[in-house]
Design a protein around this ligand. Structure first.
Ligand SMILES: Cc1cc2nc3c(=O)[nH]c(=O)nc-3n(C[C@H](O)[C@H](O)[C@H](O)COP(=O)(O)OP(=O)(O)OC[C@H]3O[C@@H](n4cnc5c(N)ncnc54)[C@H](O)[C@@H]3O)c2cc1C
Length: 488
């Protein structure tokens, strides 16, 4: 079964990749593989440009009755994601269903709580959003564009980057389609990337963390939130941790991050109950169906994917990668989806700059984004150590307080890394350059301050030192000043 192309084939190229350039009349035809968060948002951006888009998704339409609304699983959306949504007019709709979290709430082993605001003024918040609700909102937005076609239950099995021919598994049997532009938005285990990987010159680096994760639910208690909904809750325990984000239905989704081997050892209800009672006693009391919930939910794995190139120019097609397919990262900076949404903004910008020449635009987009996504991949890994271990330490709290103090004292001139990553759209790599400059500057200022105070201390000590008798015949003390009696 062959799916008919969405539009007549695009006209010859403007960038040397046959059949890929923007047509003089009519829009380019684009196949986006994966209707997850990034694929849907990308389809909105492309459709807004008037391009014909076909979205292929292996799953059934999640909006259909019976597609299963299962558990609440959420993620945190911050400024980069909101900025991208704003550009397609979806920010308000999405934020209406979100719960702002202006800080993190630390849960000590003895149940003591301490709140750390994310920003100096305590007002800026990251937003807890239901992943499936966000996907449905994006699908509705995609559906509203006449130039977009959705093909659910189409699992890409193979693709030829030279010709743009794709093959799918569908409930009705194998299907095929051809497109001059194919963009893989099919997540960390991307089938599109797997096809590019077989070509010489394609580099792939995958790094699995030796930690797994489990999602659990703290249900609403007497119709209300069991914990403060205005915070991202963290149970830092050194080698492991648990976090919880609030849901609009007043439940919390907890994610437990434990070393894989230790997770595997929790293989009986009694062991699970004991591990929770020991490590998270306050949360343990709030999860009545803990053992059943634990047994039901699978262990997830955490991977960082770095690959290049993201763009392959074939004889009659161009293939690109976006979102997790290009750069899956671990979730500890809450940036995976935010970063993928930012990809869409950059690709849209590159299309505008190249006159909708996909080959040129995808190369430009890759060139601009790769360094940034490598940076956030590294920061996300570093932040795991911070979240599970350092957030509870006195040194960390003192550093946060000092950062907020500087942010208040030097507004617009000093901003912490967290602030720049979560509450700005400054490119990730530029954030790192800026943080390095600020640290250097702060170190110089601290040295200068230390020098000043040493000098002031020495001066003061000298002044307060009891007068010594001067050498015979000379009426001056060691300070070079005449003895007090002489001065009078
Ligand atoms: C535990 C956890 C917590 C996270 N928390 C956050 C957070 O707080 N904030 C944040 O910004 N990010 C977070 N992330 C990261 C975020 O989930 C991802 O970065 C984001 O979902 C990537 O979107 P995507 O569309 O690129 O990929 P995906 O969401 O994986 O979507 C890919 C889509 O492609 C489809 N697909 C796959 N293969 C095929 C195929 N062969 N044919 C057709 N379709 C296919 C899939 O069904 C899916 O719909 C978290 C991730 C994890 C694991």
């Amino acid at each position: 079964m062959d799916d008919p192309p969405a539009r007549p084939p695009a006209r010859p190229p403007s960038t040397g990749a046959p059949g890929v350039g923007a047509p003089a009349t009519g829009a380019p035809e684009v196949a986006v593989v994966g209707a997850g968060l990034v694929g849907c948002l990308l389809a909105c951006f492309l459709a807004r440009r008037g391009h014909a888009v076909t979205l292929y998704e292996r799953r059934p339409d999640p909006r259909e009755a019976g597609a299963g609304r299962s558990r609440s699983i959420n993620l945190a959306i911050s400024e980069r994601g909101i900025d991208a949504l704003r550009r397609v007019g979806l920010d308000e709709t999405v934020l209406k269903a979100a719960l702002p979290m202006p800080g993190r709430m630390m849960h000590a082993p003895d149940g003591t709580l301490s709140f750390q605001p994310y920003s100096a003024d305590g007002r800026r918040a990251i937003n807890s959003i239901s992943r499936s609700a966000l996907n449905r909102t994006l699908l509705d937005a995609v559906d509203a564009f006449p130039g977009v076609r959705l093909r659910f239950r189409h699992r890409l099995t193979t693709l030829d980057p030279e010709t743009g021919r794709m093959e799918f598994d569908t409930p009705g049997g194998p299907a095929a389609a051809v497109a001059p532009v194919i963009i893989g938005a099919d997540g960390a285990g991307s089938a599109v990337r797997a096809r590019l990987q077989t070509r010489p010159g394609f580099n792939l680096h995958q790094e699995y963390l030796d930690y797994g994760y489990k999602e659990l639910t703290i249900p609403a208690r007497a119709g209300d939130f069991a914990l403060d909904p205005g915070a991202l809750h963290i149970w830092p325990r050194g080698r492991s941790m648990m976090i919880a984000l609030p849901n609009p239905d007043r439940s919390f989704t907890c994610t437990l991050f434990w070393p894989e081997r230790e997770l595997a050892e929790l293989d009986t209800p009694a062991k699970v109950e004991r591990a929770f009672a020991e490590n998270y006693p306050d949360a343990h009391a709030l999860i009545p169906d803990l053992a059943a919930d634990y047994a039901l939910n699978p262990i997830g794995h955490l991977v960082t994917v770095r690959c290049e190139p993201w763009t392959v120019l074939g004889r009659a097609a161009v293939v690109g990668l976006i979102g997790d397919a290009a750069h899956a990262i671990v979730p500890f900076y809450g940036q995976g989806a935010n970063c993928g949404f930012e990809d869409c903004v950059e690709l849209d910008r590159c299309l505008a700059e190249t006159g909708d020449d996909y080959a040129a635009a995808l190369l430009l987009y890759e060139n601009r984004r790769k360094g940034n996504t490598d940076t956030i991949a590294r920061l996300a890994l570093d932040n795991f150590v911070e979240m599970r271990d350092k957030v509870a330490s006195r040194a960390f709290l003192a550093r946060k307080r000092a950062e907020h103090l500087l942010e208040r004292a030097l507004p617009g001139r000093y901003a912490s890394r967290y602030e720049l990553i979560s509450f700005s759209t400054v490119p990730y790599a530029e954030v790192e350059r800026r943080v390095t400059r600020q640290r250097r500057w702060a170190a110089v200022a601290a040295l200068a301050a230390a020098g000043m105070s040493a000098w002031a201390g020495a001066t003061l000590r000298n002044r307060l030192r009891p007068e010594e008798p001067g050498p015979p015949g000379r009426g001056r003390s060691r300070t070079g000043r005449r003895p007090r009696a002489e001065r009078r």
